[in-house]
Design a protein around this ligand. Structure first.
Ligand code: DX5
Ligand code: ZN
Length: 226
């Protein structure tokens, strides 16, 4: 069976003064999803953007042929539920949150899905996957952090590879259609190792937006994925 790989550029590293154009450019360059990093200066020590920006970008999240490109919202916020609902209304296609940021993880998942949006759980570098024993049947996405959340441009933490392997086994054993996404420090020269560990979806911020030629980087990533 061949894996479908998805590249999800993180607009955290885009030019915030030209966000709409940046979303269009990176979609023209071949982005599969748009990764939208929401930070609240509470769960993480940084502050980014909220549902109004997501809503403003939604009309730009489509290919030149008019095909919608999913907006992949990564919530680094606590509490989770109220803002997750606002993001669902603002056009998010997937919403992921950190289980340690919600008092009631199962309820938060249900609340996201009740809005018709796909739900994901995100795991920090030092966090175990134990909660998946009780939630895997409910979710559409597992997001493994390969840096500590809060900032772009950090180095990939190698222990994430073992965690990706573990998550891949859990997904395969479940038989469910669940994306395995990895976030942090992904570049052209390590994306193959991350895929070999079992990931199918790759967030990349600085690797793409840090270079003038977005398509060049995305093409090289796809070439490395084979
Ligand atoms: C970190 C964010 C990441 C970040 C990745 O908290 O969740 O999505 O933008 O950036 P790079 O690819 O630069 O490590
Ligand atoms: Zn992210």
């Amino acid at each position: 069976m061949t894996t479908t790989y998805r590249i999800a550029p993180s607009i955290l590293s885009a030019d915030f003064a030209r966000l709409g154009e940046e979303v269009k450019s990176v979609i023209d360059a071949g982005a599969d999803w748009i990764h939208f990093d929401v930070m609240d200066n509470h769960y993480v020590p940084n502050l980014t953007f909220g549902p109004m920006i997501c809503q403003a970008l939604k009309p730009h999240a489509k290919t030149a042929a008019g095909v919608a490109v999913p907006i992949d919202v990564h919530l680094m916020i606590s509490p989770v539920d109220a803002l997750a609902a606002s993001f669902a209304e603002a056009g998010a296609d997937l919403i992921s949150f950190h289980p340690d940021a919600s008092g009631h993880v199962h309820r938060s998942i249900q609340a996201i899905k009740s809005k018709g949006v796909k739900a994901g759980l995100v795991f920090n570098p030092a966090e175990s996957l134990d909660v998946l024993e009780w939630t895997l049947d409910e979710i559409d996405l597992i997001l493994i952090m390969s840096v500590n959340p809060g900032f772009g441009g950090q180095s990939f933490i190698d222990s994430a590879l073992r965690k990706i392997e573990h998550a891949r086994k859990l997904i395969d054993a479940s038989g469910r259609d669940i994306r395995l996404e990895v976030d942090g420090g992904i570049k052209v020269d390590n994306i193959r190792r991350v895929a070999d560990a079992g990931a199918d979806t790759f967030v990349a911020g600085s690797a793409i937006f840090g270079k003038p030629d977005y398509k060049g980087v995305i093409d090289q990533m796809r070439l490395a994925l084979g």
